[in-house]
Design a protein around this ligand. Structure first.
Ligand SMILES: NC(=O)c1ccc[n+]([C@@H]2O[C@H](COP(=O)([O-])OP(=O)(O)OC[C@H]3O[C@@H](n4cnc5c(N)ncnc54)[C@H](OP(=O)(O)O)[C@@H]3O)[C@@H](O)[C@H]2O)c1
Length: 323
């Protein structure tokens, strides 16, 4: 069985890759730099170097695919929604021309709106592009990744979760590793077909205030949730160097998914995953250092934002890293 995995170095893709290897499959990993993989995996995978925006490369790597895991990668391009549409066109062409039998797509809560949810509108467009191929596709509409908290080490040190959501607004939070479990299971299972949409909602809906309370308990530090007005968020993002469209796409992920929004796909058995925010935080925010020289017990985060990428997705209902 040939299973092609995109973003194998990402939060979700890395878990998918490891589980496929442990299942005895030798996945084909499509990625920009194999040196970024865990070295112990290299004997168990085939790697094909390429950029997901390269239509010919994606067509080639999926030529014999029995199943494909596709993620619209966070690229840092100035117009994230247009970039998603471009990526969606790339994967849709490959799925159609190669008649890839099964594709699992990493989508988001809010994609059902199709417009008005910022960056998630781009994922919605990719859903539609994949649907138009006529091949079997599964869209996993995932909740807010716990790992978004790692994207703003300064906020973690400060002990504040800033959000454009009301701090008492419940929404699904999920460990991306648990999403990887579901993706791997669906890639390995050959008995599904057609167009499917499923929620991956983590163990429980949480408000930002509840999330802050959990982090307080786990870390022993005074975390709090703080609402930021949409226009202040937009200004802060532009001041920090984002384009107007990037800032707008982030703000709208919150403004589009709050007042009266309820996910179309309800929490269910298939998409209720086990890892709690407390368990995730204990593992991923382990280092509450009070060592001399670190200052007031600063948190040293386990996986700070990589590659110079910047911004707090805790300031928005973020779905990706922002440059
Ligand atoms: N964060 C959320 O709350 C949330 C919620 C729902 C859905 N999502 C969706 O989840 C996805 C992100 O998943 P994640 O957190 O697992 O990813 P991630 O950890 O942010 O990793 C990004 C991955 O994309 C790769 N990449 C970036 N640009 C690329 C390109 N041009 N060509 C090939 N690979 C490229 C990176 O590879 P390198 O190693 O080369 O850098 C890396 O593997 C996004 O589509 C987002 O919309 C996120």
């Amino acid at each position: 069985m040939t299973i092609v995995v995109t973003t194998p170095t990402g939060n979700v893709g890395s878990r998918v890759t490891r589980l496929l290897v442990q299942a005895g499959v030798r996945p084909t990993l499509f990625l920009r730099d194999p040196a970024r993989l865990d070295p112990d995996l290299l004997d168990h995978v085939d790697t094909v170097r390429g950029d997901q925006g390269d239509a010919e490369a994606v067509l080639s790597v999926t030529a014999d695919a029995d199943a494909l895991f596709w993620v619209d990668p966070p690229t840092g391009d100035p117009d994230p929604i247009a970039t998603s549409a471009r990526m969606g066109a790339v994967v849709a062409r490959a799925v159609r021309e190669n008649a890839v039998p099964r594709t699992v797509f990493l989508s988001s809560v809010g994609a059902e709106k199709r417009s008005g949810a910022g960056e998630i509108d781009g994922l919605a467009r990719t859903e539609q592009q994949l649907d138009e191929t006529g091949e079997s596709v599964l869209h996993l509409r995932c909740g807010y990744f716990y790992s978004n908290l790692l994207l703003d080490p300064d906020a973690l040190r400060e002990g504040v979760l800033r959000t454009a959501m009301p701090v008492d607004h419940p929404m699904p939070w999920v460990d991306p590793r648990d999403i990887g479990d579901i993706v791997a299971a669906r890639l390995l299972h050959t008995g599904w077909s057609g167009r499917r949409v499923e929620a991956v909602h983590g163990p429980a809906d949480l408000t930002f205030a509840e999330a802050a309370a959990i982090l307080r308990r786990v870390t022993g530090r005074p975390f709090r949730a703080e609402r930021i007005a949409d226009e202040d968020l937009h200004t802060a993002l532009v001041t920090a160097g984002l384009s107007d469209k990037q800032a707008d796409a982030i703000v709208r992920m919150s403004s589009g998914l709050r007042d009266g929004f309820t996910p179309e796909n309800p929490r269910g058995t298939l998409g209720t995953t086990p890892t709690t925010l407390a368990a995730w935080a204990a593992q991923n925010l382990p280092s509450v250092s009070t060592a001399p020289g670190r200052g007031r017990g600063d948190i040293a985060v386990a996986a700070p934002a990589a590659g110079g990428e910047w911004i707090s997705t805790t300031w928005a209902r973020g779905t990706r890293r922002f440059p």
